[in-house]
Design a protein around this ligand. Structure first.
Ligand code: SAM
Length: 239
């Protein structure tokens, strides 16, 4: 069944113009066709009752749980080429709730503005990823943050994936295994060139736990998706 994001008002679903265009012009929906509409919290089973004007009636609420039991915030140093797109698309499928692309000392391509076309593109990709795997929410994509702003993000568990920690005993996997339901988790992943000593020191002072992602040093985009995959798996296991 096709999945869209919209707003529910008085038992009817309202779509924005892009979602409407997809349903009516691209998918060529038919009257009586059933679709799922997510409103950012719940997923509703709906039926198209008219196409012009578009009218979508809510028939019921889906009881399927598709979100993780934890809010998962992935802060990643913005990368070269299309690696950011990959992190957001696959991270959205894995259940990330919020992406925070940030600029650190060794970021190779430093954006000039906090919001640019690449950020707008990442938001579109987050929506596509969430739609494809029929999530109840569209993950949020922040504008570019500075490294020091990332240190101030509120979360119950704050992890700093540090290459200097690779193979050491404090692993993200161990922490993921013991995280309780409903606790928010923030993971920070560095750029291609890694974090500087000064950044690591600031993160330690800000109360982050330094974690290993295993024995091998992963490419930054692999590191981000490894962290999202492991946390997603254990969040669904439920404590
Ligand atoms: N150039 C750095 C070096 O050779 O040490 C490697 C940086 S790595 C490509 C990019 C980021 O991925 C790191 O800053 C870190 O956040 C994360 N990362 C990759 N492998 C990791 C590991 N085994 N343990 C912890 N973090 C890791």
């Amino acid at each position: 069944m096709q999945h869209y994001f919209g707003t529910i008002v008085d038992g009817h679903a309202i779509l924005d113009s892009a979602q409407r265009h997809h349903l009516v012009d691209v998918r060529r929906a038919q009257i009586k066709e059933r679709v799922e509409i997510a409103d950012g919290a719940d997923v509703f089973l709906c039926e198209v009752v008219s196409l012009d004007p578009l009218d979508i009636l809510v028939i019921g609420k889906s009881e399927e749980r598709r979100e993780l039991d934890n809010e998962l915030i992935l802060a990643f140093a913005t990368l070269k080429s299309d690696h950011n797109d990959l992190i957001v698309l696959k991270g959205a499928e894995l259940g990330v709730s919020r992406f925070v692309p940030f600029v650190s000392e060794r970021t190779v391509v430093k954006p000039k503005e906090p919001e640019d076309n690449k950020i707008l593109r990442l938001r579109k990709i987050a929506l596509e990823g969430a739609q494809q795997c029929r999530r109840a929410i569209t993950p949020k994509v922040d504008g570019y943050a500075r490294f020091i702003d990332v240190l101030d993000i509120e979360a119950d568990i704050k992890m700093f994936a540090y290459e200097g920690q690779a193979g050491n005993s404090n692993s993200l996997l161990d922490i993921a295994k013991s995280v309780e339901k409903n606790r928010s988790i923030l993971v920070v992943i560095g750029p291609e060139g890694g974090f500087s000593d000064a950044e690591a020191e600031l993160a330690r002072d800000a109360g982050f736990q330094f974690v290993s992602l295993g024995r091998r040093i992963l490419r930054a985009e692999t590191a981000a998706l490894y962290a999202a995959s492991v946390l997603s798996a254990f969040s669904e296991e439920g404590k």
